[in-house]
Design a protein. Structure first.
Length: 487
């Protein structure tokens, strides 16, 4: 009976994801607010249906902990989705609902896959970690409610350029000197039992810094100055051997400069510099050589450095297009599956079709970021949207690319889905900032009512005067032949 239900549920997951993805792109091209409202309501229904289907499947298949624990956690996560999807649009009517729905859908997938992985006992990842992850998400989401208000009501953010620069560099230097090593890189700071990765938050600070620089000027001197400080960020990350984050910073800078200046030459120079830097990094760092070797041909070293990549490929291959179904795969064979390789676990148990649709949802999220950027009047706000959007897109590309062996593994997480407090916290802040700028963009599109001059007062606007003069100089008064004769 359980096998039959698992087969049914795996097809239902694909159908729900298919309908949701269709609605994602329908919402992006919809200009009618009433139709858009209907789309978002259907998306919300699909999100709840997906979560209920997942938590019921987990409830029926796990036997390791009391089932009441699953019921309590499931109830709490349902309440969270109700609050976010129901209350947030009431507090902020002008938020970007496409971004909000996508955020909740990605969190829903993360909830399901992280609870499922907690029963696989992969590398000390337990059910309590899933609960802790959810508590962090709930607290940060409630706290981030203030972020859209701050972004939409205050304009001081564009004037703190050098404060962003200094704070970001100090945080990275602290990690370089005092950080704990993980996977060959200095990543986190340990304070008691609490560990966090400052680089996740410096990504946001870095975007604000570059946006502030380019907002002041886009001349050659400013570009050189911004490149020097951006290079300082990247060099510190390279010295920390956090090359995944260094690549994200570099790509964010390139695209922000291109958008700010509209000069393709900067992009070409930057990509050339990236190629040279990649060769240098390969020759300097042993773990980079290991990852490149595992990427090029992991099969001769399947029992050693190629184990993670090959197990990821085995998982994706065994899942096929429709997946094995929840609890029918072997994600525990993949090292660090709940963080760097969570996409492989999704592909194995939910299927290749579901995984491809997930990529499309991430793409629609990136497009929604860019739509918000195009609505901005301020160059600073526009650059912030672009920078955060590119940061999100590059991180998704690096994570999924490493899992499918498209590129060498970089050790970054899949936003809103992978396990990790710092990653989930910074990503939720990014989405809150985008919502604040969406409110600003919506306000800028509202038509401004102008008072019409009262007759007899002599108050004529400059615009009306210009129109009258134009008519006087360009229009010819045509007189009928009959009137000419009379005259």
């Amino acid at each position: 009976m359980n096998t039959f239900l698992i087969v049914v549920t795996k097809y239902l997951f694909i159908l729900l994801m298919l309908f949701y993805t269709w609605e994602c792109f329908s919402a992006l091209r919809c200009r009618n607010p009433y139709k858009a409202s209907g789309i978002f309501q259907r998306q919300n229904g699909i999100i709840f249906a997906t979560y209920l289907l997942g938590i019921i499947t987990i409830y029926m298949n796990q036997t390791e902990i009391p089932q009441i624990s699953i019921i309590v956690l499931g109830g709490a996560q349902i309440c969270y989705l109700i609050v976010v999807l129901g209350i947030f649009p009431i507090i902020y009517p002008n938020i970007n609902k496409a971004v909000l729905s996508n955020m909740c859908m990605l969190l829903t997938i993360g909830f399901i896959i992280q609870i499922r992985l907690s029963f696989a006992n992969v590398y000390l990842y337990e059910f309590e970690d899933s609960v802790k992850q959810f508590i962090i998400i709930a607290i940060v989401t409630m706290a981030s409610l203030i972020v859209p208000y701050l972004m939409s009501k205050f304009e001081m953010w564009k004037y703190l350029t050098w404060a962003y620069c200094i704070v970001g560099l100090i945080l990275l230097l602290i990690v370089l000197i005092f950080g704990d090593k993980s996977g060959g890189a200095n990543l986190s700071i340990q304070i008691g039992s609490f560990a966090f990765q400052p680089s996740e938050f410096v990504k946001i600070i870095f975007v604000f810094f570059i946006a502030g620089m380019l907002n002041k000027s886009t001349n050659f001197t400013t570009i050189i100055l911004s490149a020097i400080f951006a290079g300082a960020y990247v060099i510190i990350l390279v010295l920390s051997t956090d090359l995944g984050s260094a690549l994200i910073f570099f790509m964010v800078y390139l695209f922000m400069v291109y958008v700010g200046t509209r000069k393709i030459i900067y992009m070409i120079i930057g990509l050339g510099g990236l190629s040279v830097a990649a060769v240098i990094a390969y020759n300097l760092f042993g773990h980079v050589q290991t990852r490149v070797a595992a990427w090029l041909n992991p099969w001769p070293i399947i029992d050693g450095d190629g184990y993670q990549v090959t197990q990821s490929l085995f998982a994706l291959g065994s899942g096929g297009f429709t997946g094995t179904g929840l609890f029918q795969g072997r994600p525990s064979d993949i090292p660090v599956v709940h963080q760097d390789f969570v996409f492989s676990a999704i592909g194995e148990e939910f299927g290749g079709i579901f995984a491809m649709l997930l990529i499309l949802v991430c793409l629609s999220c990136f497009i929604a970021f860019l739509v918000t950027a195009m609505e901005q009047i301020s160059l600073f706000n526009k650059l912030v949207c672009v920078g955060l959007g590119v940061q999100y897109a590059v991180q998704v590309t690096l994570t999924i690319g490493g899992a499918i062996k498209m590129i060498p593994s970089t050790g970054v997480t899949l936003p809103l889905i992978s396990y990790g407090g710092s990653s989930i916290l910074s990503t939720l802040i990014v989405f809150a900032i985008i919502q604040g700028l969406a409110i600003v963009g919506t306000a800028s599109k509202k038509p401004v009512r102008r008072k019409m001059p009262v007759e007899g007062t002599g108050n004529v606007t400059t615009r009306n005067t210009a129109k009258v003069k134009k008519l006087e100089h360009t229009q010819e008064i045509k007189i009928s032949p009959q009137r000419k004769k009379k005259n």
